[in-house]
Ligand binder design. Structure first.
Ligand code: NAP
Length: 292
């Protein structure tokens, strides 16, 4: 288990030249990160795998209290063990963000223990690729994505907000570039849920900022994790490493900038604006050729 976390770091060496160009990420300024996070309580949802686990491993080097949430207890326990000798204090919480009751219990527990979150990294996520005609008996795909990626994070945040008043707080939403791009066939459950939370948070952003609560939306490209690599056709596509994504998030913790998008996303969006409907026509052609 613990070796797996080591590979989270090592996978950076596997970056191709193209990946280095597409996904440049500055090394974290450790001094500034230390200043920003020391003595802070940092909640990371989805800390058992992927980006969340890599981020927890980086932040563990500092005098922070890490609250790590996910469903897989043994992964959280292994992560806790692997960072036991670091500067942080770690608390792990096994909870399913799709379950209203489990979120209420977590919130109640933190309230009773007077735990107040300074930095919330809303990272837990579920992705599904499934085309419409294979989804007729799978309404639960949409329900599960919506609960993990949208309603669960909203419930959690609403429950934490009272404890976030009267201090400087930072919320980071780990989102995806797809939210900002034309819709893609097969991704309806995932994309709609990511768009929904993104929109909810952006609608609330000015009200939050007026109370000294900053929001950063991190629109990530493809990242090599358990989530993306179940999809075989993603294996050959350029992707960011988990560690790079985690470093990028720490850079946004330091700067509190409102948005991250990869440098080339503007070009792709411009192309989509100039040629509206092009992706739709390409997808339609492919579907007609391949059939259902
Ligand atoms: N990988 C990519 O290409 C990519 C691209 C853009 C954005 N993102 C976003 O990055 C975030 C992290 O994804 P990742 O790539 O690191 O995926 P990952 O390796 O699959 O990790 C997802 C994390 O979310 C947790 N999670 C999933 N369902 C949950 C639930 N119902 N309740 C509580 N925790 C839950 C998982 O833990 P358990 O299974 O233990 O609960 C796991 O720790 C997601 O929000 C994703 O949308 C990923």
């Amino acid at each position: 288990m613990i070796t797996e976390y080591k590979t989270d770091y090592e996978d950076d060496n596997r970056q191709s030249l193209l990946e280095k160009i597409l996904f440049p990420v500055r090394n974290t300024n450790e001094k500034r990160l230390k200043e920003r996070v020391s003595n802070k309580t940092i909640l990371i949802t989805g800390a058992s795998y992927g980006i969340g686990a890599a981020l927890a491993s980086i932040l563990a080097e500092y005098a922070v209290t890490l609250l790590l949430v996910a469903r897989t207890e043994e992964r959280l326990a292994a992560l806790k063990k692997s960072i036991a000798d670091k500067a942080c204090t770690v608390k792990i919480y096994v909870a399913d963000l799709r379950d209203e009751k489990e979120i209420s219990n977590l919130l109640e527990l933190w309230k009773n223990e007077n735990i107040k979150v300074d930095i919330l990294i809303s990272n837990a996520g579920k992705s599904i690729y499934r085309k419409l005609w294979n989804s007729l008996d799978r309404f639960h795909d949409t329900q599960r994505c919506a609960a993990t990626n949208y309603t669960g994070p909203v419930q959690l945040l609403l429950g934490l907000l009272n404890g976030m008043l009267q201090k400087e707080v930072h919320i980071l939403n780990i989102s995806a570039i797809n939210v900002l791009l034309p819709s893609a066939v097969g991704w309806s459950a995932y994309q709609s849920s990511k768009v929904a939370f993104d929109q909810w948070l952006k609608c609330s952003e000015a009200e939050l900022k007026a109370e000294n609560i900053s929001v950063s939306c991190i629109y990530l490209p493809l990242v090599r994790t358990r989530m993306s690599m179940v999809n075989e056709n993603k294996h050959k596509q350029p992707a960011m490493s988990k560690l790079k994504a985690a470093k990028l998030i720490t850079n946004y913790i330091i700067k509190r900038k409102r948005r991250y998008t990869p440098w080339w996303l503007g070009v792709v969006r411009l192309f989509a604006f100039i040629f509206p409907g092009m992706l739709y026509r390409i997808q339609l052609k492919q579907i007609k050729k391949a059939g259902r």
